[in-house]
Ligand binder design. Sequence first.
Ligand SMILES: *[C@@H]1O[C@H](CO)[C@@H](O)[C@H](O)[C@H]1NC(C)=O
Ligand SMILES: *[C@@H]1O[C@H](CO)[C@@H](O)[C@H](O)[C@H]1NC(C)=O
Ligand SMILES: *[C@@H]1O[C@H](CO)[C@@H](O)[C@H](O)[C@H]1NC(C)=O
Length: 507
Amino acid sequence: MGRSHLAVRMRMRRHKVFLLCVLGICVVSFLHYYKALHSIPLLQELSSPSNLKTLKMFSDIFWNGPAADSHSQQDFHRHSRLKGNVDSNVILPGPPDRKLHERTFILHDDHTPLFIHTESGAVCFKEGTDLTASASQRRLLHKEINPEDEEVNADKKVVRCPCRQGWHGPHCGIPTIVYHSNLPSKSKVTPRKVPRRVINAININHEFDLLHARFHELADAVDVFLICESNFTAYGDSRPLLFRQMILNGTFNYIQHKILYIFLDHFPNGGRMDGWIADDYLRTYLTKNGMSRLKGLKADDVFVINDADEIPARDGILFLKLFDGWTEPVGIHMRKSLYGFYWRQFGTLNVLSACTAAMLFKVYKGDGIFLRRRTYYSMSGFREYENSTGRILIPWAIGSPVHYGGWHCSWCFKPEGIHYKLISAQNGDFPRWGDYNEKRKISYIKDLIRTGGWFDGSIPEYPPTDPKEHMYAPKYFMDNYKKYHYLLENPYAREKPVSNEQLKNFK
Ligand SMILES: *[C@@H]1O[C@H](CO)[C@@H](O)[C@H](O)[C@H]1NC(C)=O
Ligand SMILES: *[C@@H]1O[C@H](CO)[C@@H](O)[C@H](O)[C@H]1NC(C)=O
Ligand SMILES: *[C@@H]1O[C@H](CO)[C@@H](O)[C@H](O)[C@H]1NC(C)=O
């Protein structure tokens, strides 16, 4: 029986091959015919419309009315347009700095080759691959492959690349923080031909040191940073546009070409009574205004929204950029610390931070605040979107409780910065410590930093830390240790008692 079954299959296969050949010939002759008729570069024509369509679908999603012309665009509008009054409140600010906050940003594909094709047929992520591994070592790896290990492309022959430490998978493109994550499909991810574009959105107050660290950490993984600044504090007071000044005076020259500046010039109704309204509205405005000013957005681009004190590790974001096959929404397990990286807190903070542009608009109504809440499955567009992706969407997170996928550094300022944060905090995080005179004193704040204490008088327990530990702080801080010393070592830790011996030497 097995044999006749085989024969039937082979016959069928021969038929299939024949049909494919016929089809191929038809296509080729049709192309020739068509080309002769119209004498246009046909292949270009054929390859572009789908691109154009997504491009059109995603640009100006919110600011175009129902006057949109194509069906798919109207469809898309139905799924993604905001109900309620939030979007009608969104007013693009006028002069005085028309240029900076009205600029648009064009997303481009990046064709820089990040993968190499080896003679043996492997596709290897350059950075993760040990390119010095000798040819014989590579042959060995080739032989060692056990078909059972390789659920990946079970039908194709997979040639493994020799990975450097910290990189995994047949292409050496999976960083440790994804390898040890709970991503269910990690054995099935495949490198993309063209990377996704990554959009990183944050609101900024005065977290400028953390901002430098973010820019350096993510410079090659992120295509555009949407940075929103308001001339109101979260409390509703007026504040100077420091970030704008810094862009104009060249502080961010090294990354300026990737920054889209967003200016929030109004304070939401009710924000003074309920600070959380103001807090949410910042994210809403950031996403709506920022995304509407991107041109050429594609459905599979990645949107990452963080607070200014949450810095994702570069390798995890790069993985989202370079691979297909992960699910969404995507969280990030972040190392938690207070005042600096030296007061590490137990566990990790896992915040849902990333999704594709398609999910952002079809499920989260184009509003980043919905992504950060954990209630994606009850969003009205979720089932339909999940169905359209043809897979089950389960959230996962980069990193794990023991592998940090980023850093969350709370209240990481010098004492003056903490003072400023206290007085500009929203009216919602009760008790509002900024309302207490004695808690705003610089000497009191220094004492908190020294002990790791909190404004309520408690002193939490912290595990010991060592700047040499893996993922202690973003690389940029470690590389500029002296400059950012205040974040890396406790600046007010009590000096060790000086011994008589040392005193003698001193004299
Ligand atoms: C913020 O800027 C807007 C537009 O320039 C202006 O109308 C508003 O009064 C400013 N608010 C504060 C608190 O400075
Ligand atoms: C740029 O502006 C910021 C904010 O006003 C200021 O603190 C900084 O010193 C300025 N830098 C330069 C190089 O002028
Ligand atoms: C899911 O997709 C299938 C086929 O694409 C369609 O027939 C079905 O109605 C969809 N279901 C929902 C709930 O959208």
